[in-house]
Design a protein around this ligand. Sequence first.
Ligand SMILES: C[S@@+](CC[C@H](N)C(=O)[O-])C[C@H]1O[C@@H](n2cnc3c(N)ncnc32)[C@H](O)[C@@H]1O
Length: 189
Amino acid sequence: MAKAREPDKSEGAGSHGGQVPSAWVVRFAPMVPEGGPVLDLACGGGRHARHFLAAGHPVTAIDIDLGGVADLRGAGGIELVEADLEDGGPFPVAGRVFAGVVVTNYLHRPLLPELVEAVAPGGLLIYETFAVGNERFGKPSNPNYLLEPGELLAAVRGRLRVLAYEDLEVTAPRPAAVQRIAARNESAG
Ligand SMILES: C[S@@+](CC[C@H](N)C(=O)[O-])C[C@H]1O[C@@H](n2cnc3c(N)ncnc32)[C@H](O)[C@@H]1O
């Protein structure tokens, strides 16, 4: 008899409750240079900040509301930055680079160039969020929060090498249209 498959404890776009990390992030996290700093942008409850902290990376977590990561305040390796990323002000970590730049279930498209710029030589951008088509399933349905076809590919073109990219509809943890990318900065630095 076939062995029942263990339920996947990771979750993808569409999940922002709880602390279960995205399967996409979990898949590419081991390719982030060991011990290198990680940026978790719009961190929410910090499921990815926690994942990378546990893996030995120092983490900078940014959100307009740090309530979801209040328990991490003062913990070793974490830098919490409370900032409105959409107020037109300077990017809170402008000029800094990270071995891993992680964004899930968040889009403010004017930031895409800064996020690509923030990937250190040898580092990875891991991005997963909702795409056009998601309006058929529910929220987000505002086009400002939905990636256009190929938008993540266009954002990294000429800057990062695409390791993996998907543009698809998923059924779990709930039906959603998502795009996701893992891309590496292969410049010499
Ligand atoms: C859907 S949640 C995703 C959280 C986390 N990335 C995850 O996947 O678990 C979106 C996050 O974006 C944050 N956010 C929304 N608008 C923001 C803004 N203007 N500046 C900074 N963070 C913002 C919210 O506070 C929330 O934590």
